[in-house]
Write a protein that binds this ligand. Structure first.
Ligand code: S3P
Length: 181
């Protein structure tokens, strides 16, 4: 860390399956920063999977804990933070993310996410008869919120993880968030 300098926190937002955790982990490595993941932190603190938590305590309770986590994780040292796809639903989370971190929205149309998530069994919101329709619904509800909270939007398309990480780094440099390497 650089003493005296404001922490550099980069948060990744986007729908389930857009690659927040994978891109975040690689981005953190490239920037030599710690990587944090609000979903992993949730599971670590609660001692159970998110899917189990949804089944036993429900989504509202999940959102309460998630709000506390976003508040905590956006106040620490420099880091790259992957957030859960629904973290933008509460305005207080959007405020904390936008005010305390540089937010990158990994954008993808829902059809591509359906392809990526076709075998997923972990995401409680997608364990429904028609996950494709659910992703279209989530996209309609959340795309405006991701855009509202984001400082940068990256089209994920279908490049490699390293291609995506390079695109994020370039945009952060152009935005003056990172110094040119
Ligand atoms: C959620 C997305 C999940 C996880 C939880 C709720 C959502 O994270 O936080 O299942 O509301 O979209 P990912 O975006 O990493 O799947």
């Amino acid at each position: 860390m650089n003493p005296g300098q404001a922490p550099l926190r980069i948060a990744l937002v986007g729908l389930p399956g857009c690659g927040k955790s994978t891109v975040g982990r690689h981005l953190a490595r490239r920037l030599n920063l710690p990587f944090l993941d609000s979903d992993h932190e949730f599971e670590r603190q609660m001692g159970c999977s998110i899917r189990e938590f949804f089944e036993h305590a429900g989504q509202d309770r999940f959102r309460e804990v998630e709000q506390n986590l976003i508040d905590q994780l956006t106040q620490g040292d420099s880091c790259v933070l992957a957030t859960g796809g629904g973290a933008v639903l509460r305005s207080i989370n959007r405020e904390h993310l936008h005010g305390r971190t540089k937010v990158v929205y990994l954008h993808s149309p829902p059809e591509e996410l359906t392809r990526r998530l076709r075998h997923d069994q972990n995401r409680p919101l997608l364990q429904v008869a028609d996950p494709a329709a659910k992703l279209v619904e989530l996209y309609a509800e959340r795309d405006p919120l991701y855009r509202e909270v984001a400082h940068l939007v990256i089209e994920i398309g279908r490049p490699s993880v390293s291609g995506l990480v390079s695109a994020v780094l370039l945009k952060l440099e152009l935005a003056g968030v990172l110094r040119r390497q």
